[in-house]
Design a protein around this ligand. Sequence first.
Ligand SMILES: O=P(O)(O)OC[C@H]1O[C@H](O[C@H]2O[C@H](CO)[C@@H](O)[C@H](O)[C@H]2O)[C@H](O)[C@@H](O)[C@@H]1O
Length: 271
Amino acid sequence: MSPSIHEPLARASVVADPGGTLLALDFDGTLSHIVDDPTRAFAHPGSVEALGRLGTVLGQVAIITGRPVRQALELSGFEGRPGLERLVIYGQYGAERWDAADGVVSEPPRPAAIARLAEVLPGWLDERGAHGVRIEDKGLAIALHTRGVDPGLFDSLRAPVAALAAELGLVVEPGRQVVELRAPGHDKGAALLALAEAVGARQVVFGGDDLGDLPAFAAVEQLRAQGVGGLLLCSASAEQDALVARADVVLEGPDAVAAWLTALADEIVPA
Ligand SMILES: O=P(O)(O)OC[C@H]1O[C@H](O[C@H]2O[C@H](CO)[C@@H](O)[C@H](O)[C@H]2O)[C@H](O)[C@@H](O)[C@@H]1O
């Protein structure tokens, strides 16, 4: 895979106006490699280093993730890192927000429907013979991980999970060998639009790898239609190709994302 022909021009406009640029990135599959154990999905050191450099010159750097903010901080080492004193992290698809400037996590209370789901889920999975599915309780959402188990299980759970979510007034967030149930009312696109407006971004760069990033892609497309510059990066994988056609730059996973960010930092930040 090679970068699209639009990429050098778009990157040049970031180089020309770093202060007007909002750079926002997804976490899993973009900053971190996909691994079997979600507690071991550490951010790529090259990306962490590059973001520390870019944080000193860009208008705003942000992470927008399905992870709880606290997990993203544990896995990234962003907290307290020089250059990232103004970093903002939106967690759980925008339901949580953390600002490095004050270190406070703003988050809503755990929805009653999620508490109820946590009670019934082990029995519900047992009844369906869904052995090996791992439950990740994120407080505001619950993810069911099927990585490493029978691939057919993921598809067979699709309809019953949708029915369970509807029964509880929750929405389904599908991802890479994972399906989450969470409260409605948030998505990465709304988070990105709110941040772009708050910081007065003249151009927005967003990078992601999975279905949960599509609303952020749509947000950048919307901003473009309003005259704000936009650059869409796809961290590509064999597992998910939904973002490829809409991306301006297709990168081969987190290693290539780290290389792209490092090249950008090399262009903007004096050595
Ligand atoms: O929005 P993201 O930052 O991309 O987070 C989405 C979900 O990512 C995590 O799951 C994915 O990564 C795991 C670790 O590599 C992998 O084991 C799993 O198969 C992937 O789906 C995370 O565990 C979820 O909570 C996030 O919502």
